[in-house]
Design a protein around this ligand. Sequence first.
Ligand code: ADP
Length: 254
Amino acid sequence: MNTAIQIADLSYRYHDGTEALRGLSFNVAQGECVALLGPNGSGKSTLLLHLNGLLPEKLGLNGAVRILGQPITPDNIDTIRRQVGLVFQDPDDQLFCPSVEEDVAFGPQQLGLSDAEVSARVQKALAQAGLAGFGHRATHHLSHGEKRRACLAGVLACEPAVLVLDEPTSDLDPRGRREFKALLRQIPATKVIATHDLELVVELCSRAIVLDRGAVVADGPVAKLLNDEELMLAHGLERPHILRHRHPHVEEGG
Ligand code: ADP
């Protein structure tokens, strides 16, 4: 299977000297859905920002990340950002147009598509995000769950090969979480999801990578890792309740 993301010995230090990533290496195959786990401050968000070239600021100095085989360089950064769609943790950081339709159209417009193509992409993405009919709504009047879905629609409208999500279900009520998970399940892109929502991990992801202090401390099948109570507790996580009962999709060691 082809590799969507290759990370080889990736390190990153913020300007104030904080060492956020320390020699990470892993690959993600096309079509995989991978959970990124780890306690707060373990480097998950920093890693996600590297996947579409938002970090490091000096592109080209660090060839440790490759997307669909290509290193991220100043020359191909536009292509990389088309291939990797990043949904931020806080929808208010992502939504900036007055209406949902304008917001979702922004990405496709940057791709230089015709008005008709942009409009078709917007309608399709709104439907994929469960927001059909929401195009004329004001973004700042949406509920939190609707804002999250509007962000997802904006990213999907660019038809990325890789979808990267930072804590997509935090602050959602149970129904919002259920709806968001159902939407994600329908999206065929390669997915990397940083989350503390272990139910989401069990239900959607086949593989989990655990980070702690900027390093990969475990990488393997979700059922194996999440059932490893010692590993989970050692890295500020817990064995999820959902795995304490039999789950139809995830058997022990699977
Ligand atoms: P996580 O997403 O797992 O909570 P982060 O990637 O946000 O982890 O943070 C990793 C480390 O980098 C933490 O020590 C955090 O304090 C630090 N950090 C994050 N953003 C910045 C920043 N803009 N400047 C300095 N340090 C930062």
